[in-house]
Design a protein around this ligand. Sequence first.
Ligand SMILES: [Zn+2]
Length: 397
Amino acid sequence: MNFVKGLKCKECGERYEASLRFYCDECFGPVELKFDLAGAVEALGRGSVDVFSSLSLLPEGFKAGSTPLVRAERLGKRLGIQNLYLKDEGASMLSHSFKDRVVASALGMAKSLGIKTIAAASTGNLANALAVQAVDAGMDAVIFVPEGTDYGKIAQAVASGCRIFEVAGNYDDANRLCSEVQEALGWAVVNGNLKPYYLEGAKSLLFEIMALMEDMPPSAIVAPMGGGGLMRMLKKGLDELKAMGMLKEETALYGAQAAGCSPIVSAVKAGTEDISPVKPDTAIGAIAIGDPPDGAYAARAIMESGGKAEAVLDADAMEMLEFLREDEGISTGGAGAVALAAAASFVKSGDIAGDTPVVVILTDGQSKAAREQARPGNVSKIEANLAAFRAIWEENT
Ligand SMILES: [Zn+2]
């Protein structure tokens, strides 16, 4: 059942019908989905799995959600957090990251529009998530990744045979090229013109946490930040739960970035939503986004919820990977490790009380897919401009 009431501009409030629209004609602000929350609760039941899936635009029986929420007693003891819980998105069944959720919600809309070719810019996780689900949906995926992306990290995308463009420059350059292609060729882009639908899937993560911790809601949720979309949607999820009368206590949102790429953290610390882009200098590729598209909203989400933001050194995050393996037997990616290191520092500084329930989101896991040895045949290296893309695309299609 569909409870979408349409799109609404996040800045000026202008309303639009649900379509391939991602910005407002009046003020160019981003548009986002509005739901008939009361109608959804009445039809599907307050707090039911169905209401949460429907409000996250996830298809019925979506198998990649429902990742484990692990009570991490030993690691908590080590870090001084008495009630530490880990939401392990690395266990997501399709491609080992929370991007499975956002791709599912975006593809639902793409399918209803009869879209055949679907593109995305990615630091890695989104590439795998999109490739796997596009194959299943009978769509052609085209993926833009930054130069130097480890092919092992996009092994599922490579194995799927989809077209991958390795763009000269960093993620921000790849993202810019993907936007130009969307504009010039009229393609559907999951984190472009499908973005309002893409973002909604992330809310399911928040809904799952709150449903699993119904009797002891977390006072703090700590999440890593790259583009800022996840943090933005955790807040939208909290706001919708509140509107449905399902939020018992205030939950504050805490954001974490790598010190070598922390424009959102810098903004929060300065008490502003103005993001000053940086040139990423971190080995943690999944969150190496110097010009985060949702940075301002992520900063707003943290400040409005009463949380904080912190940047951590790559070395401190790497140490967390070892602790996590040793204490809990969990392998996660660098982004989750950054969140964990930040959680430890928030408790140390007293920003989070050590005796309250704390959830840390581990956004991705180690893919078990075989690493590619040779340079894969479906990856083309290109300059970060539309003419270069057109030349290769026209030659090959
Ligand atoms: Zn507007």
